[in-house]
Design a protein around this ligand. Structure first.
Ligand code: NAI
Length: 286
């Protein structure tokens, strides 16, 4: 039986979410996506118009298919949580069922139980501000979109995961080392995400028999990363200083995800796994 996967946080073919989808599709999984509501129209029209076809090519020559594409906004748990200004926003008005609980219910109705849950999303409205200048609102927004969103997803999708299933999120080393420029509470959000990975590995492990890990990825020039503003410097720094001297490809992170989400990693849970060309192990820039 092919495994069923739900991946939250894909809106183009440039980021880690897409690469994870592809690695899972190569391994024979059925893929459904949760796409952030404001990005959904452009994603679906690009998909329809063939803009992603080159990136959809699998090694057997076929194109990666998505079983279902759902609108999603991971900062809302239930319809009651959606404020009026969002509900009436023109990018949201046409979307239905985008809160985490509704999304899980729709996946359950369309697909039944799933085996794989992927959280590849983050958002920090004040990411370009140093932590010392971050507002309470900005900090809490970063935590809500980037950390609590994973708790919310496991709460709502956990009950529809098959025993032996697995989940992952994506994190960044700014949680444990000082990365000037990764601001707005995003470093705090990644620290929470990593701590939650351990606690949720225990709780969801006992409750649902599933595994929970996070991948600490090296720098990639995704859309989210470009919004931070210094991604090219990070890529250059990594190239110059990491033990493995090459640019990180999203595909390499996709492969680590496929491993962690497969039975090959059946004894791995509660872990932060680095996929960063080894940069985390360095103690001194060279
Ligand atoms: P990306 O832009 O491809 O993915 C981020 C996704 O989050 C986008 O598709 C966006 O639409 C979605 N999103 C934002 N707010 C949302 C919300 N409220 N509800 C649902 N979806 C929402 O960028 P990337 O870099 O692939 O990011 C994926 C993950 O990888 C993130 O957790 C990021 O922090 C992490 N990461 C990225 C690194 C990099 O250098 N690009 C390095 C280490 C970790």
């Amino acid at each position: 039986r092919g495994k069923k996967a739900f991946i939250a946080g894909v809106a183009d073919d440039q980021g880690f979410g897409w690469a994870i989808a592809k690695a899972l599709a190569e391994a024979g999984a059925e893929i459904s996506l949760g796409v952030w509501v404001p990005a959904l129209n452009i994603f679906e029209s690009s998909l329809r118009r063939g803009k992603f076809d080159e990136s959809r090519k699998l090694s057997n020559g076929s194109l990666m298919e998505f079983a279902h594409v759902y609108p999603m906004d991971a900062v809302f748990d239930t319809p009651e949580d959606v404020p009026e200004d969002i509900r009436s926003n023109k990018r949201y008005a046409a979307a239905t069922g985008f809160t985490v609980s509704e999304c899980a219910a729709n996946v359950k109705a369309d697909t039944g139980n799933i085996d794989i849950l992927v959280h590849s999303l983050a958002n920090g409205p004040e990411v370009t501000k140093p932590l010392l200048e971050t507002s309470r609102k900005g900090y809490l927004a970063a935590m809500s979109a980037s950390s609590y969103s994973f708790v919310a997803m496991l709460q709502r999708f956990g009950p529809l995961m098959n025993k032996g299933g697995a989940s992952i999120s994506l994190t960044y080393i700014a949680s444990e080392r000082i990365i000037p420029g990764y601001g707005g509470g995003m470093s705090s959000a990644k620290a929470a995400l990593e701590s939650d990975t351990r606690v949720l590995a225990f709780e969801a492990g006992r409750k649902y028999g599933i595994r929970v890990n996070t991948i600490s990825a090296g720098p990639l020039g995704s859309r989210a990363a470009k919004a931070i503003g210094f991604i090219d410097d990070m890529i250059r720094y990594s190239y110059a200083n990491a033990p493995v001297q090459k640019e990180l490809e999203a595909r390499e992170v996709g492969n680590v995800a496929a491993f962690l989400l497969s039975p090959l990693a059946s004894a791995v849970t509660g872990s932060v796994i680095y996929a960063d060309n080894g940069l985390n192990a360095m103690g001194l820039a060279v």
